[in-house]
Write a protein that binds this ligand. Sequence first.
Ligand SMILES: Cc1ncc(C[n+]2csc(CCOP(=O)(O)OP(=O)(O)O)c2C)c(N)n1
Ligand SMILES: [Mg+2]
Length: 377
Amino acid sequence: MPKTATRQKTTTKTNKSSSNGNNKSVKQKTEEKITDKVDPKVSQNEHKERKKSQQGLIKNVEPELLKEMLYQMVLGRIFEQKCAEVYRIGKIGGFCHLYIGQEAVAIGAMMALREDDLVITAYRDHVQAMVKGISPEAVMAELYGRMGGVVKGKGGSMHMFSNEHNFYGGHGIVGGQIGVGTGMAFAQKYKGIDNVTLCFFGEAAVNQGIFHESLNMAQLWKLPCIYICENNKYGMGTSQARAMSISSIAQKAEGYGIASEFVDGMDVLAVRAATMRAIKRAREESLPTLLEIRCYRFMGHSMSDPGKYRSTDEIKQYQLRDPIFLFKESLLDAKVIFDRDYEEIENRAKEAVEKALKFAEESPLPHEKELFTDIYA
Ligand SMILES: Cc1ncc(C[n+]2csc(CCOP(=O)(O)OP(=O)(O)O)c2C)c(N)n1
Ligand SMILES: [Mg+2]
C-alpha cells in the first residue's frame, strides 16, 4: 500500500504583507506538519476541537439558517448515496463524481451568498447545483440524461448549468473554470453590479497555468472573485504530496498579492465565516480572495475509481471527521435541534430524493431534434 500523508496540526499566522493590495492584515492559516501515520486519537481530538469551535460560531447564526444548512448537507449526502446506487445498476451513464464528505464546503460557502451572486465549479457539481437552487428533480433527471434535466439531459453529471440560478457549470477540463470564473467576475465589475463570483476548483487544478494567470489578473484588475480551492488531498489517484512542491495552496496567493485563508473544510461554520470575510472584501472593496479549504472525499474520484492509491484505514479516519456528524452533534449540544428535528430533516431529505428519482425515471428521453438545438459553434 502506498504511503499516505496525513496532516495533523494547523497554525495561524497573520500575513501583514500587502496581500490584499492595500496593506491590511489578513488572517491566514497554514498547515505545518505532515506525517505518514493515521492516528485515531488525532481524529478524536480534532473532533473535540472542532466541536468547541463550532459551539462558538453557532451563536452568530440564526437557528433557522443553521437548520437549513444541516438540511442541505443531509440532502446532498442522501442524494449522492442514491446516485451511487442507481449508477451501479446502469441508470446513469458516463462519468459520475460524487461529493460525499465535502458537503461542508459547498453549503458553508454558498449559503453565505446572495441569490444573484454567481457560482462556477468543476465536474463534482451535483450538490453545488442544488444549493444554488436547482431542484433535486432537475439534477437527477440530468444525471439520467432525460428531458427534465437542468440542461435537457445533454450535459449529464459533469455539466449542470442554469443561467436562471446564476450557476455556470459543471466543467470537465481541470482548471478551465478558473479562467471562466475570472471572466464572470470581470463582467460583473464592468457592468457595475455588486455581485460576487465564487469559483470552485480542486487542489490539482492549482498546478495548471490558468490558476496563476487568473489570480494575477484578478488582483491586478481588482475583481470581486472568490477562489475556493477544495483541497481533498487527491487529484484522481495522485496525492497532493506527490504532485505539488509546497503543501500550502493558500500561500501561493502571496505571489499575486491576493488575500488568502486556510480553512477547515470539515467545519461548515468555519467555511461560512471565512467565505463571509471574502464576500465582504469582494463586495465592498472589489478585491479577490483565495480560500484553501481542506476536506476529504469519502468515495472514489469517480464511480469507476478502483481506489488503489489510499488505504481503507485512511478513509475510515477521515470518516470519523464527517462534517455532517460534527454539525449535527454541535447543533444537538447547543439545543438548536433535538433528536426529533434531526429525524424530520433526514425524512424530508429522503422524500426529496425519492421524488427526484421518480421524476427522473418518468422524464422522457430528449427528442432527436434536440441534437440541433442549443448549439453554439
Ligand atoms: C486539463 C485536464 N487534465 C487532466 C484531466 C483528467 N482529470 C480529470 S479529474 C482530474 C483530477 C483533478 O483533481 P482535483 O482538481 O484535485 O479535483 P477533485 O477531483 O479532487 O475534486 C484529472 C487529472 C482533465 N479532465 N483535464
Ligand atoms: Mg482534489
